[in-house]
Design a protein around this ligand. Structure first.
Ligand SMILES: NC(=O)c1ccc[n+]([C@@H]2O[C@H](COP(=O)([O-])OP(=O)(O)OC[C@H]3O[C@@H](n4cnc5c(N)ncnc54)[C@H](O)[C@@H]3O)[C@@H](O)[C@H]2O)c1
Length: 362
């Protein structure tokens, strides 16, 4: 539970929580009033998802670039250059601004009494991200993270099958994220994106933790700078990692596949395998000694459905349920992504956790 005590139980300190907003959040007949902050590529996807998600109502779009919020906001939705200029009552915000602004925008939103769903990466400093999570919890607010694979049907179903023991205890996870096209150089710049290992790799590191139930202890990586050499990033990265339980993880990232953004994940155990495809309608195959068969899923675009489901999970978290992904999840995935990057640049394996599970100094 994110809200572990009612405002009354929290005593005098609870006056920091707006009682009307608190009651509004708990009343399921009221949707969570949402502002999307950052009306670019991902912000527009969240705006579209809000139209499909139960339990939320998009009431505002913020973007400091003149005309950007107005171009992205559906009719009737308010616009503003920033959170401090919001004219509408809001319960929660989705942060889809460029990554370097996430931590400060989340701090601002929490300070204003809003629950927060931040796009990944939440920042470039794992300690600061954890502190932000603590600050949110201390204020009785949610800080959830945009790891949408956790709400995409093939991943949700595969994790349910793993939990049921369908493939035994997983021993190996392989995950690919290949983007269709190179991002603009200004976006790829590691000062802005964190580098491909952070920008993209946090998703795959998060999946490894989520499916394998362990932390990534060590990673080594290599890659091809290609056209992104000029800004100090790489077109591709291939990483091998090992978890604290000794499970193997292989991650490959690419920025140039051309046909689509293509995300695939495979999980192997002693009793079989689960093969996930998160492109288009998405797919899941379950293999074991009886063969390889399709697991049925819903119609519709897997990413669009996942983003709507993510907002629904976020709305539930605003009402007291566990968020689908937390600040701690963001911090651990970030550490793994940054370790991949250090390994690719410097060579050799990078230790994240020591043999006793202690965090290695970075
Ligand atoms: N979860 C995913 O799979 C996924 C996919 C793509 C992007 N992202 C993340 O979403 C974020 C945005 O990426 P994008 O591709 O949409 O970028 P983008 O450049 O297309 O959009 C960013 C928008 O934020 C606006 N902006 C700039 N400064 C701002 C501020 N201080 N406050 C509010 N808005 C501000 C810009 O004007 C722009 O409209 C990044 O952090 C990226 O890592 C996540």
């Amino acid at each position: 539970m994110v809200i572990s005590k009612t405002p009354y139980e929290q005593g005098a300190e609870a006056t920091r929580i707006d009682m009307t907003a608190y009651a509004t959040r708990l009343d399921r007949s009221n949707p969570i009033r949402l502002a999307v902050v950052g009306a670019g590529r991902m912000g527009r996807r969240h705006i579209a998802a809000a139209g499909q998600a139960a339990g939320v109502e998009l009431v505002a779009v913020c973007d400091p670039v003149p005309g950007a919020a107005e171009a992205a906001a559906p009719p009737g939705v308010a616009t503003a250059p920033g959170l401090d200029a919001l004219g509408e009552p809001v319960d929660a915000v989705v942060i889809a601004a460029p990554t370097p602004f996430h931590t400060s925008l989340a701090e601002q939103a929490i300070g204003m009494g809003f629950d927060v769903l931040s796009e990944k990466p939440v920042g470039f400093d794992a300690v600061a991200i954890e502190r932000l999570g603590e600050r949110a919890a201390g204020a009785g607010r949610v800080l959830a993270v945009g790891f949408w694979r956790r709400t995409a049907w093939p991943y949700v179903e595969a994790r349910r099958l793993v939990a049921e023991g369908a493939i035994g205890t997983p021993t190996f996870l392989r995950s690919s994220q290949w983007d269709a096209d190179l991002p603009p150089l200004a976006f790829a710049d590691p000062e802005v994106s964190g580098g491909v290992e952070v920008d993209c790799g946090v998703h795959e590191a998060d999946l490894a933790r989520w499916f394998l139930g362990c932390e990534i202890a060590q990673v080594s990586a290599t890659g091809t700078p290609g056209a992104l050499a000029e800004v100090g990033d790489a077109e591709t990265c291939a990483a091998l990692a090992v978890t604290t339980a000794g499970q193997a993880v292989a991650i490959d990232l690419g920025r140039t596949c051309g046909y689509d953004d293509d995300v695939r994940t495979e999980i192997l155990g002693p009793g079989g395998a689960l093969l996930i495809d998160a492109r288009g309608r998405g797919g899941l195959r379950h293999g074991d000694r009886y063969g390889l068969r399709d697991v049925p899923g819903p119609d519709g675009d897997v990413l669009e459905l996942a983003l709507a489901a993510q907002l629904e999970r976020f709305a539930e978290a605003c009402r007291g349920a566990e968020p689908h992904a937390t600040a701690t999840d963001a911090a651990r995935a970030l550490e793994a992504g940054q370790a991949m990057r250090r390994s690719r640049l410097a060579g050799g394996a990078v230790q994240i956790l020591g043999s006793h599970g202690n965090r290695e100094p970075v």
